[in-house]
Design a protein around this ligand. Sequence first.
Ligand SMILES: [Mg+2]
Length: 276
Amino acid sequence: MDFTFKRIYKGQIKMVVLDWAGTTMDYGCYAPAVVFIEVYKNKGVEITMEQARRPMGLHKREHIRAISKQAEVAAMWQAVHGRPVTDADVEAMFADFQPLQMACLADYADLIPGALDAVAALREKGILIGSTTGYFAEAMELLKSEAAARGYVPDNSVCATEVPAGRPEPWMVLKNMFDLGIYPPEAVVKVDDTKPGISEGLNAGTWTIGLAKTGNEVGLNLEEVNALAPEVLEPMVAKARLELAKMGAHYVVDSIVDVPAVVEDINLRLARGECP
Ligand SMILES: [Mg+2]
């Protein structure tokens, strides 16, 4: 027998799973970054914005742990405390983190310009909107009510504490599929501004779109972005595009505004028998 036959999904995209901070709201993904800096400062360790942002996308407890594992941070911690960071330190900082994050979350809840139109354009094609986040449950509930007040209500939301593990594991995306009855993974697109968020989609077997300009990789809010000269901003966005592409994102675009056009392109590829 010289031939075998392979089952190929040739339908259209049925669901787009959107991240929250840096993807649909909180341009520049500031809310978590500023609080990570604060919880470390409370322990006498002054980390930089870049160190705070590097692990972005993980569950916030794992993010705190990942910051501590960076060589420069580990050295500063050792100098201040005379020992390495322990699990108990991570737990204590996460306990500090939660109320601080809740206190400032609403200040960073504005939607990214064009997000509502992009979501409406996807829904016009019959596409459902799922969502995943590295925020803990209480924070996600607050975000959902802030977003609803601004006109954004996804069809489903999953946070890391509802599944066995958060990003880069695929469970939050798969739970969205389960909750909304969507399959196969080829009919799903994961959209995210962070590397663990791209891995999450790839691990779930979905298409992935990285957002370079509005999220953690550039790490600047709308006013800061608008204040920069194009020759300063463009290399920063180019670097962000490269970083997300290196993670294996199928597409990298500037913002959520570009997502409906990419979904159109994916639909053409699916019709030709391509898969993610
Ligand atoms: Mg994000």
